[in-house]
Design a protein around this ligand. Sequence first.
Ligand code: FMN
Length: 192
Amino acid sequence: MPEENTAVLEFLQTRRSRPAKLLQDPAPDRDALLPILTAAARTPDHGKLEPWRFIVLEKAALARLANAVDQCGRESGRSDEDITKARNQFENSPLCVAVIEVQKPSEKIPPIEQTYSTGAVCLALLNAALASGWGANWLSGWPSHSSEFCSAALGLSENERVAGFIHIGTASAIPPERPRPDIGAITTWLDS
Ligand SMILES: Cc1cc2nc3c(=O)[nH]c(=O)nc-3n(C[C@H](O)[C@H](O)[C@H](O)COP(=O)(O)O)c2cc1C
């Protein structure tokens, strides 16, 4: 029998995000965040293209982004409700890591595989933060899909986009479990 890593397996079978609304200070400092980023970057990446990078949003940057959301939302005709919700996400976050997909030109690796790898980085980052004892939540929201916002507020290039905003801090409460997929319903066993 293979040797089981019981602690890791148990973590993976019980892991649960902490909703961003429950996150408060303290957040990890740079020293505490580095091993989490290191774990996140240890992600399958076909062709070793590294089609991703991190932008760590500390307090002053989060305040600037909240204002940028306001401006961009008004310019693009978003509702007050949409603007406030997105603004609060940044304003109330203890710390946020934007995971940026960086599409690299490649004859061998299709763009979709670079997208998959970036999604995997988001989950690895979320899990590393949770495993380190922090509360964490993967959010998107309309700003992450707005090229105007991403270029003006985050300085993204044309080949870049936000795969996820991973908010990290101290969870004020543990959320109840949510329904999980029925493995029998989503799994097909082929034996011929
Ligand atoms: C790509 C992506 C974007 C998401 N964006 C949001 C969001 O903007 N707002 C939200 O409430 N939840 C969003 N979620 C869902 C949260 O991350 C939610 O906490 C998560 O599904 C809980 O999963 P867990 O309990 O397995 O950790 C998003 C999830 C993914 C994968």
